[in-house]
Design a binder for this molecule. Sequence first.
Ligand code: PMP
Length: 390
Amino acid sequence: MTPDPYAWIEESLATIHRADWYRKVQTLSDRPGATVVLAGQEVINFASNDYLGLAGDERLIAAATAATRELGTGSTGSRLLSGHRQLHRDLEKAIASLKQTEDAIVFSSGYLANLGAIAAVVGKRDLILSDQYNHSSLKNGAILSGATIREYPHCDILALKTQLSQQRQNYRRCLIITDSVFSMDGDLCPLPTLLAIAEEFNCMLLVDEAHATGVMGQTGAGCVEFFGCTGKQLIQIGTLSKALGSLGGYVAGDAHLIDFLRNRAPTWIYTTGLSPADTAAALAAIYIVQQEPQRRTQLWDNVDYLKNLMQQQLPQLKLLPTESPILCFQLPSPTDALQVGKQLKDAGIFAPAIRPPTVPTSRIRISVMATHQTKHIEALIAALKNRNLV
Ligand code: PMP
């Protein structure tokens, strides 16, 4: 019999199934919001990154529609060739103004922003120190760069300092990379301490504000603002696809850094510019983030309300420490997490199970939105209590 070089795929899939790690898509069929229709069933949505409820906002839709009418559906080329529009520059200036940095550059996704920025600023002769719980895009950016990668235990500053004292002198440049809000736990990196360490050991610091943009800080600029670190020299990455309700990613920082990325970031140079619709929607969202702080206030009121109810009524829940709108409770196994996710769905609540290998321990991940109403939050609590799930 001729050997089948693809036979391993079926075997691998079988292994994934056996471990209960198998993933499949779920179809949502209306505009994103606090409630959505999931496979034909209306559910309360605790699964979305649309923290401010902007992805279904009429103003974003109008901006995207107008940009499409004026500029077409695609940008037709790399930004350095035929793909650049004034709208892209307007968005980059708006991001720089929100982040209070000299400049910003927009990528086609947050994932590509991380890959491109990391691969551009370090290489084979350099060292990357990476938090163990960093997002996949940071980890893969590190691999793409060709630098030596050392992971430090989650937020363990002592371990980070030890690694730097032992290894920093063996490398040309050094980059510390970290999420600011950790996406699957909801806790925050100790940014001021990381900045001090970066300075002490002559390292660059790259912080991923994906879940912080529009959410954290007085003006929604992110954790850098929240921690009072605005204006410090560092590389800030973010996404336009979560609180900003669109699609795309950005790097914000010094003018020289951004200029360098325009010349060296492979995931910016060799990919098509962001579509006019996505660009215009993100620009409209930044305006709303700046003009409507009440959305953020409402979001944090909702987070507090849910946390208080959980503490009072579900003290047995193994909640992970969180300082963001992401609340997770742990379950013993992937099978338990899947079962609880399914039971919640049957009760009209969409809060997904997150399992290895995405995270080390299985959990249900709840993300709160500004547009959740009191009754939505109370329904989640009731479902958790009624089902005796935990
Ligand atoms: N960084 C973090 C921390 C994320 O959670 C995500 C999205 N899950 C990304 C980057 C990638 O962003 P995007 O969806 O825009 O590619």
